[in-house]
Design a binder for this molecule. Structure first.
Ligand code: ADE
Length: 355
């Protein structure tokens, strides 16, 4: 199974040579959006240049040795291209990839089934690997280390352990929370890499590439205007291209210029830091109700009506990286930069000297 669609496959038949009208009935088209604009090789994969160089060497070495690649762990905030990169690696290795996620491997037979279905050299990609349960983890250890499964048959006194050999495979794990991975599991990955947020230039390139595939007319300034508000995240950039393209089509002539992009993003309430209304609600809550913090994550989640996991995995990584939020042992605190960004004049006393 290959997850990578050919770039050329993607232009919707009704859209070829026209403006990108995304019809409501084109559910398949919408659902496959992310898959179809995924780059399929290192040349079309923009950004993460240091990581790409290391991976190219590991792949070339594995090919020279005629062995599968070492098990790999990718970690970092969501939307930065962990699954995409796994697909690129499979393509470069010339092998198939099976994609699953830890919550789908609830029962022992789920993980056993998928391991036994692998063919030699194949890649198994497990997303959200920090959510793997203990039993599944114990099954994975000998599979990763020595390529066999320990199966037990019979009951109590007659119980027997059977060693079932597996073909040599590569496990690629992805997680937004490397710290939640158990030590023994983490130690079984030969290659561990963090994915970084993208720069504005890199995001503008991603946007221009996506617009090209979708046949959307965009200027360089238009691409940069979207890139600036995409929180360093290609998944967000690609979503915004579609939304801005809708606006350009309905309110203008379909072309995304800087002015069109800015107007459209203002309507979407995405500010010039890329923050949306949830991010702003979170910062405002800490400022207005808790004097800038510290305040516990559960309190924040209850007050703004979001779940803790969404705040931790989706909102916080960018707010931390942008220097708007700080994590302290006593809870979350906003920084002076957040006060400035949200136009608050009065800082809490302890922070007044920081301006
Ligand atoms: N779409 C999503 N991520 C991408 C990347 N890193 N390069 C090109 N297109 C992308």
């Amino acid at each position: 199974m290959s997850i990578i669609a050919d770039d050329n496959d993607f232009i919707h038949p009704e859209k070829k040579g026209k403006n990108p009208v995304i019809k409501p009935e084109s559910i398949e088209y919408d659902k496959n959006f992310e898959n179809c604009i995924r780059p399929k090789n290192f040349d079309s994969y923009i950004g993460q240049s240091a990581l790409k160089e290391t991976l190219k060497i590991s792949i070339a070495a594995a090919k020279k040795r005629e062995l599968p690649l070492d098990h790999l762990l990718f970690y970092g905030p969501p939307g930065l291209g962990k699954t995409t990169l796994a697909g690129v690696i499979a393509e470069q290795m010339g092998v198939d990839i099976k994609i699953t996620s830890a919550p789908a491997l609830e029962r022992p037979r789920d993980i056993i089934g998928i391991l036994m279905s692998l063919k030699g050299g194949e890649i198994l990609f497990i997303d959200e690997i920090h959510r793997l349960n203990k039993v599944a983890e114990e099954i994975l250890y000998p599979a990763m280390e020595d390529f066999f499964l320990d199966m037990t048959t019979g009951k109590s006194q007659t119980v027997k352990t059977l060693r079932v050999p597996l073909p040599k495979f590569t496990l690629i794990g992805a997680t937004t929370k490397a710290g939640e991975l158990s030590g023994p599991l983490r130690d079984r990955f030969g290659i561990i890499h963090r994915l970084e947020f993208y720069t504005e230039d890199e995001l503008a390139q991603v946007i221009t590439r996506t617009a090209g595939i979708l046949n959307i007319d965009i200027t360089e300034e238009g691409a940069h205007a979207i890139a600036k508000r995409s929180r360093g995240t290609p998944r967000i950039a690609n979503r915004l291209v579609k939304r801005v393209s809708d606006y350009a089509l309905v309110k203008h002539d379909g072309k995304i210029t800087e002015d069109v992009a800015n107007k459209s993003l203002d309507i979407l309430k995405i500010d010039n830091f890329g923050l949306d209304s949830t991010d702003r609600a979170l910062l405002k809550l800490i400022i207005e109700k808790y004097d800038g913090g510290p305040v516990g994550i559960e309190t924040i989640a209850a007050a703004i009506g979001e779940d803790v996991r969404t705040i931790e995995d989706v909102c916080e990584p960018y707010l931390l990286q942008a220097g708007l939020l700080q994590r302290t042992p006593r809870g979350r605190k906003v920084s002076p930069a957040a006060y400035r960004h949200l136009h608050y004049k009065n800082l809490p006393p302890e922070q007044q000297g920081l301006f």
